[in-house]
Each structure stands twice: as structure tokens, then as C-alpha cells.
Design a protein around this ligand. Structure first.
Ligand code: ARG
Length: 254
């Protein structure tokens, strides 16, 4: 009898461990992408940002516990596809190519690729990029865009290294999403005499969303419901304002 009780107890413990696991939402993120996800020294280098705020609120709504896994951007989508993580949260642009390998939530904002150069550069618009050396982050839409245009592309696993390549004169321009460009350039310019400049030439229109493995339709609809509640309540817009980032609604693309 005692033995049976012990077995039952062990079973009950195992079951509760399994259900506790089911309540965790593990996200894959590359926290080198302010204001969406970056490491905050004031928070002990914990990841913070617009998307971390959004995910915290979504998890609150769904009664789930948020678990954050950090990695290079190029590892995010493959990891999600392989089922290692529940959700890719990394300023991910929805593209037809990516839709072949992943499920996406509805988009929650719009972004664009921007060109960053050093002040005084002869490059003043997209037309000047031909034949130029350009840094990008590996695996991003910036990389795809630059390759499609046959630019001389230098990919870097970390966003900060793509920026550094420009600063050190290893490349002529750096192509990166507009809001992150604005954030990183502002920080750089506050600390340096030679200034970086973002050219006024938005090259693409890219909706951001969160990515899941194929077959996760149930999670997708739960996330969409929570996301739309946040959008309808104006909460997403408020979060952008908190990070001083201009907000563009995804409908603007349609
Ligand atoms: N939006 C771009 C893309 O989807 C860049 C994302 C980079 N994200 C990051 N966390 N470093 O490819």
C-alpha cells in the first residue's frame, strides 16, 4: 500500500511538472536590436525592449511564464523551426520566403531598411550603393535585400559588429532596420565626434511579427487574440512611445 502511494505521488509530481512546463513560453531572441530587444546594464544585462514588454503582457494574458533564450539572430528562426523554442521574438520581418518554413502571428508594426553612412560620405541615397561595400547582420532581410541588389555584402553575426565595420571604414555603408538604426546611431553620436548619418531613403516595407514552428496553429491563434487586444487597447502604441520610437501600424501597408 505504501509502495502504491509512493508511486502515485511520484506520478502526480511528474504530471504537475509537465503541466508547469506547458505553461512556459520559451522565446528565442537576439538582444542586439534596440529598441525591440537589447541588454540593459541597469537591469543587470537582462533583455528589455518593446518586444519583451509585449511578450510579458501577452504571457500575463495567457497565464504563461516567459522564458527568454538569447542567441545570434541567424539562430532564431532555425531554432524555432526545429522546435527548440516556442516563439521567435527578434524584430522579425515577415517574408514569403520565411513563411515557407514558419508560422507567423499577425504583424504588429511596420519597419523599413535604412542606409547608415559616416558624415560626409559620397553615398547620399540608394542609387549610390551600387558597387559599394555594405555591412549587414547575418540572416536578416537587410542581407537578403543587399544580395538581391548585388552589393558587396559583409555579413556580421552581431549587429554591433556591422556598425563597427562602418565606423572603422571597413565598409562604405551599413544597412539595417530604421528604428534600430535611429536608436544605435543616437547612442553612437552622443559618444563620438565623427557622426553617423541615416539617409532619408526607406528602401523596403517590412511588417514585424513573432514566429512559430509550422503546426503551431493553436498557439498562433492564442497569440493573435492577445496581440489584437493589445493593439485595440492602444497598448502597443504606448509601448513604442515609452521607448521614444515612432509607431507605424501594419495596416498602413495594405
Ligand atoms: N527585421 C530584420 C529581419 O527580420 C532584422 C531583424 C534583426 N533582429 C535582431 N534581433 N537582431 O531580418
Amino acid at each position: 500500500m505504501k509502495k502504491l502511494f509512493a508511486v502515485l505521488l511520484a506520478l502526480a509530481l511528474m504530471l504537475s511538472a509537465v503541466s508547469a512546463m506547458a505553461d512556459t513560453l520559451t522565446i528565442a531572441t537576439s538582444p542586439d536590436f534596440p529598441p525591440f530587444e537589447y541588454l540593459d546594464p541597469a537591469a543587470g544585462e537582462a533583455p528589455v525592449g518593446i518586444e519583451i514588454d509585449i511578450l510579458n503582457l501577452i504571457c500575463e494574458k495567457l497565464g504563461m511564464e516567459l522564458q527568454i533564450e538569447q542567441m545570434d539572430f541567424e539562430a532564431v528562426l532555425p531554432g524555432v523551426k526545429a522546435g527548440k523554442f516556442d516563439l521567435g521574438v527578434s524584430g522579425i520581418s515577415v517574408t514569403d520566403q520565411r513563411k515557407k518554413n514558419a508560422l507567423f502571428t499577425d504583424p504588429y508594426c511596420l519597419a523599413a531598411q535604412a542606409i547608415v553612412v559616416v558624415e560626409g560620405s559620397p553615398i547620399t541615397s540608394k542609387a549610390d550603393l551600387d558597387g559599394k561595400k555594405i555591412s549587414v547582420q547575418t540572416g536578416t532581410t537587410a542581407e537578403t535585400f543587399c544580395m538581391k541588389n548585388f552589393y558587396d555584402v559583409s555579413p556580421f553575426a552581431a549587429n554591433a559588429d556591422a556598425e563597427l565595420a562602418l565606423v572603422n571604414g571597413k565598409v562604405d555603408a551599413w544597412v539595417i532596420d530604421d528604428l534600430t538604426a535611429a536608436d544605435m546611431v543616437k547612442v553612437y553620436n552622443a559618444e563620438h565626434d565623427v557622426k553617423l548619418v541615416i539617409l532619408d531613403d526607406a528602401m523596403t516595407t517590412e511588417p514585424y511579427a513573432f514566429a512559430m514552428a509550422k503546426g503551431q496553429e493553436e498557439l498562433q491563434s492564442k497569440l493573435n487574440e492577445a496581440l489584437h487586444e493589445l493593439l485595440d487597447a492602444g497598448t502597443i502604441q504606448e509601448i513604442f512611445a515609452k521607448y521614444e520610437a515612432p509607431y507605424t501600424a501594419p495596416e498602413a501597408a495594405e
